[in-house]
Write a protein that binds this ligand. Structure first.
Ligand code: ZN
Length: 321
């Protein structure tokens, strides 16, 4: 994904202004008064299963162990097979096509697992699983950028599997070719998987049924700070913050406000309520992002648990809307 650096710098230099923006987007009722002791809800207040962060972290390690996973590589095929192996008992759809880039032609594979619900409508939860193509000849493994969120979705699948949902259908999307073919970020040669799928779902009428598109990206950082992302839909961001607050995790959410170009954009542009759950402060000044320093030692199972729990809480809140 790409951040608008100039605006980010303005935010950095104008922290007061950014805080005001954040406060405007966060309902006053969800902010505790100063000095109030926060009590964490330890059980699952909604009757669902609990997110298993140990298992999710094992998935991160197993994906990273495959090595660099840029499109067109043998390791990329291995991670496709790895995801499919975890979904063998689920309803899975593959969206496969070929892209023609300045680096050549590449096969692209979106993987969609569908968990039906009783309500008419779909909630999509997405993560890209490719690693950065321009870094293909380095030891770059994308532990946070690609692996953490893909593993998160595998554990969410565990939570959804086996019972009919009393709510909207949930579709988990492992999307492909998110990363730009060149660095610095090059818009026309990035977000291939979601751009293809958004157009396909617009053409076949699926898009109208999507109630929310929740994107997960770089959510494993041990120092977790999910951004208040400006391209996201304000009411959906509010719902996420309220869900985080219900679980006692709001201190990890929306500490700063920045716009980020990411996989949610093709859906935002088509009017689908969308949110990007992303921590783009990965190391001081985001120093680990798109470097060989994006490794397992920077991650924490607790961060996976926080984002997984808040995502599932948000899904339940959407069910009630
Ligand atoms: Zn990336």
């Amino acid at each position: 994904m790409r951040v608008f650096k100039i605006i980010g710098l303005v935010c950095f230099l104008s922290l007061v202004a950014c805080s005001k923006q954040k406060d405007a987007a966060s309902p006053a009722t969800t902010s505790p008064p100063p000095g109030r002791i926060e009590i964490r809800v330890t059980g699952d207040s909604s009757g669902g299963a609990s997110f298993n962060e140990i298992r999710a972290m094992r998935y991160v390690k197993e994906i990273v162990a495959l090595g660099p996973r840029p499109i067109g590589s043998a390791n990329h095929k291995k991670v496709e097979d790895y995801i499919h192996a975890h979904l063998k008992d689920d309803m899975v759809e593959d969206d496969s096509f070929t892209i023609d880039t300045t680096e050549g032609k590449f096969p692209v594979h979106n993987i969609i697992a569908k968990f039906p619900g009783t309500k008419d409508g779909i909630i999509v939860i997405a993560s890209h699983y490719d690693t950065n193509y321009p870094l293909r000849d380095t030891s770059y493994i994308g532990a946070n950028d690609g692996a953490s969120s893909s593993a998160l979705l595998l554990e969410i699948a565990n939570q959804l599997r086996g019972t009919k949902r009393d709510g909207y259908s949930v579709w988990l999307l492992w999307d492909d070719a998110e990363e730009s073919m060149r660095l610095p970020w090059f818009d026309p040669e990035s977000l291939y998987g979601v751009r293809h799928l958004a157009q396909k779902w617009q053409d076949d009428g699926t898009l109208k049924k999507i109630k929310a598109f929740l994107l997960e990206d770089m959510i494993g950082d041990a120092d977790l700070n999910i951004e208040h992302e400006e391209n996201s839909t304000p009411w959906l961001e509010d719902l996420i913050y309220q869900s985080a607050t219900r679980r006692g995790y709001q201190s990890h959410f929306f500490g700063r406000t920045i716009p980020i170009d990411d996989d949610h954009l093709p859906f935002v542009q088509r009017g689908v309520p969308s949110a990007d759950l992303i921590d783009l402060d990965y190391g001081y000044g985001n120093v680990f992002h798109h470097t060989t320093q994006d490794t397992l030692d920077k991650l924490s199972p607790k961060s996976l648990e926080i984002v997984g729990t808040v995502t599932l809480e948000t899904v339940r809140a959407l069910d009630k809307k």
